[in-house]
Structures are given as C-alpha cells and as structure tokens.
Design a protein around this ligand. Sequence first.
Ligand code: CA
Ligand code: CA
Length: 567
Amino acid sequence: MSYAMVGNESTIADRSLPVTRFFVLFIFAFLLSFSQIAYSIALSTMPDVSHAAGSIITASTNTRPNVLLIMCDDLNDYSGAFGGHHQVRTPNIDKLAKSGVVFANAQSNCPVCSPSRNSLFTGVYTHRSGDFEWTPHDKQPVLKNCKTLMEYFRENGYTVLGSGKLLHHNRKNLWDEWGVEINNYGPFAFDGNDLVGHPSVPEPFRSIGAVDGSFAPLSDVPAFPKSTGPGKPGWIYSWDKKRYLNYIDANNRDLTPDEMHAEWAVRKIKELERRNDHKPFFMGIGFVRPHTPLYAPKRFFDMFPIEEIELSPIKEGDAEDCYYTSVYPLTRKGPRYYRLLRESYPDIETGLKNFLQAYLACIAFVDEQIGAVLDALNDSKFRDNTIVVFTSDHGWNIGEKEYLFKNSPWEESTRIPLIMRAPGRSRPGSTVDHPVSLIDIFPTLTDLCRLKGDTRKNNAGARPDGFSLGPFLREPEFQNWNGPKGALTVLGVGQNKKDVLKQNYAYRTRDWRYILYQNGEEELYDHRDDPYEWDNLAGDERYAEKKQKLKNQMLNIIKKDLETIEK
Ligand SMILES: [Ca+2]
Ligand SMILES: [Ca+2]
C-alpha cells in the first residue's frame, strides 16, 4: 500500500465517526508495522552486499542496486554504438554505450514482439515454452507457471514500476505502480470512420494499413478529400477512436505515447528520490518506436533529407540462395511488404529510401526519449547505484534479401542492441564480442541484484535458460563463460506448434550464422568476410565439417530442453 493511499484514508477518517477513525488508525498502524516487519525480514534474508568484494554497490549503505530497463521495439542494430547505419543519429544511446558495456553480438531468441518479450521477462526459451504466437504469457501451460522479472523482483523486496510496452500483453497486477494507460502504437491516421494507412503513403503500400503501411512526419496531419464517417479525420490515439492527438504546430500539439512514457519516467525518478523509502526499485520503460507506424515529429525527418539517404549495402539477387520461401509463402509479411513497396515507387531503391527515412527519424526520436530518462537518472541520487539495461525485442530487415519486416532468420532481424551499465562493476566503454541473447538478461539481473528463491511458481514452470553476463561486465574478453558458444533464435511455424524440432532455427556464433529450416534446408554465413550474409556456404563441401559442428552445437541447446520437457 502506498503512503498516498494511507493519507487519503486518514483524510476520510477525520470526517468520520470516532469509531471509524479508531478503526482506520488501527489499520494504518497495522499496515505500517507489517511493512516494517516485512522489510526487516526481506533485509535479513538478503545477503549484505555492501561489504562484499567487488560489490556493485559503491555507497556504504546497506542497499541493493536499483534497475532501470529501457526497451525499444523493432530497433535493429543501426544505432551508432553498434556500427549500424552510418547516417543514424543516436547521441543518447551512444553516450550510454560509453558509460557501460556494449554487447556487440547480442541476438533475439525469437524475432517477433510477443514471444520475444515473454521469453525475456520469464527467462525461458520460446521453443521450450512452445510460445510461437500471440498468446499472453499467463494463458500458456509453461509460462503461466513462471514468475516474470517483475514478480521476482517484487518478491525480493523491490518496488516494481513500469510504463509503456514491456510485455506484449501487459498485466497491471505485475507492477506496484503502472504508468501511462494508452495504446502505445499511436497515433494512427483516422479518416473519420476507420484507422487507415496514412494518406501520404502511396498505394499499394498504404493498403497494408494503419500500422505497417504507414509512415509520415507528425506535421502531416491525415487529411482526406471527404470524410467517410461521422468523425473528424486526423490523428487518433487508439482503435476505440475516442481520443484525438491534436496537432496545431510543432510547439503546440499533444504528446505521442513514447513522449508520455518518458515524461512519466522522469517524474517518477524525481518522486522516488523524494520518497526515500529504503526499498530498491526495478523500473521498466518500454518505448514503441521504431515499431510501425513510423510517425515522429517533423524535425526528426528533417535530419534525414530524402536526397541524402543512403541504403545499407544490398546485393542484387541475394535471396536466390536463401530458403526462407521454401517454408514460408511469398504472401508472408516480409516478402509481401517488400513487393508492395517496390510497386508503390518508381523503383525499390526510392521506396526503401522513403521507408528508411522514417525508420531513422523514429530512431532519432526514440533516442531523445531515452536521453530524457537517462538524464533524469544521471542527475539523481540513483546514478551510482542503478543498473541500466538497454535493448530491443528484435531487429528489422529493410530490403536485405527482398524482405521488409522483422521475424526473419538473418542478422538484421535477429541482432539487437544491448548495453548494460552496472556502476562499480562494468567497465565503461568496453565491448563484448561473445554472442549472447535476451535470454541472458533474467539471470544477469538475478546475479547482479542477488535475487533469491525459485523463479517458478510450481513444478509446471520452467527455470531460466540463460546465463549471467556478469563476468563480461568486468572482463569483456572473459573466456570461461558458462553459457553456450552461440545464440539461438527460433522462427516458429504455427501449425507445428508442439513439435520443437519442426521449427526453423538460426544459430549465431562469434564468426558464423547457421540456419536450419524445418524442411532440412540450410544456410551458412561466414561473418569474418561476409558481414551482410550474402553468400550461403551451406552447400559448399569445404565447409561441411564446420556446418556439422555448428548444427550439433545448436541441436544440443535445443535437445537439452527437449529432455527437460520430457521429464
Ligand atoms: Ca517488436
Ligand atoms: Ca545470398
């Protein structure tokens, strides 16, 4: 119970009968003493890390570190610290990178929103839980029996606060304090009747719709020749069509959801400072850009004039030695969006440049939101005892291999930015090249914050599959990590949901990417001289031994889980 609520009850009591007042005061005293007892128990059961050798705590107080987890949505490796697109503008992410540790070869375990986030927040591999689609975690046979990071932190005496897109299907009861209630993806173009593709986007790409078929600066308020319904065309926040985002000009407009979440986080950090309640906090802030629709204030589009945009290197005919379309139809989003973009512009280069301009604008925009939150943290008393984790749920292909979407088995979809800063423990400005993945975040935070207790709610749950990245924070070239040599990514196929070996897998080591499709087709890329994964070496006899070795390593990770499932 928060002090604010107790305060309200006291106010009511002042206007009530004496008996009621006594009762309320009694409850108040009971809650106060109970919270103090609970806190004492929590402290006594927690290891005292303040004097431990190499403790991440620099202060002499008996406190555990706070955690600030910042997530982006669909952000690939373009940000500057990851050597991505050379025109990208991410000064705040880059600044964080300089003060923390960059994981330069971090991978998503499932490159699509819902399963990736379920996996991150429970620590359980997607293929192990069978979570390949859009079922909320608490409706699934394995994941509903696992504690989320939020529950686990709370159980360990943390105050747990969040705002924005963290789990794909948020559950407010997982948080002590939840931030802004809003559809995170908005605003959307509204034609007076429906949420539609932005009218400035050419057809047929626009026909994809209000989410994936839309990109424009916010100043381009959706206008239509004639209203098709009872409403007024313009920007609208949500599918319920109730709340408009009013836009007069750049300085006179309503905020976008990401801006609201940043504002909430800044305000909350200041409030936590004043609160002084001795409990550490876990705060999650989930920004939705650069997820589609790619809308951002115009000044961010102006940073990337269309005539100056350069595409990432794309090889003509690159998809010809790939097997994606041997298991998925050409009507699937990635190939289809690429074709629709090509048909909407004089040529595919022009189409990709227009899309990329909006993607870069949204990255620059979200970087500014990230900067606001990090500045608030760095200006607060929490700067030196707060672990910062920054990442994304997966990446996005922008035209590589004739694919425009997430959820591919290739580097641009699977590679993610990952930065960790643990004051007193991480070496500022260092880079880890060892492959790691989102599955490792849960055990890393468990390790750094010395969380205790079973992460499962009962035996039907699964334990976290990853390994703590703690050793890399101090020693970027650490050689004896307990984790695997490579990072595993799964691309689920809905119809074979229960058969773990009937999914498609990618496996990324330091130098290689190996892909095994459910029909047995393979791809193999040597990143040492093929960073764009142009030449599939899987059919080349000279690499047969290498390929087999990678396949075995990968299957060992998967089969270990199979054994666990069969028990
Ligand atoms: Ca996503
Ligand atoms: Ca190729």
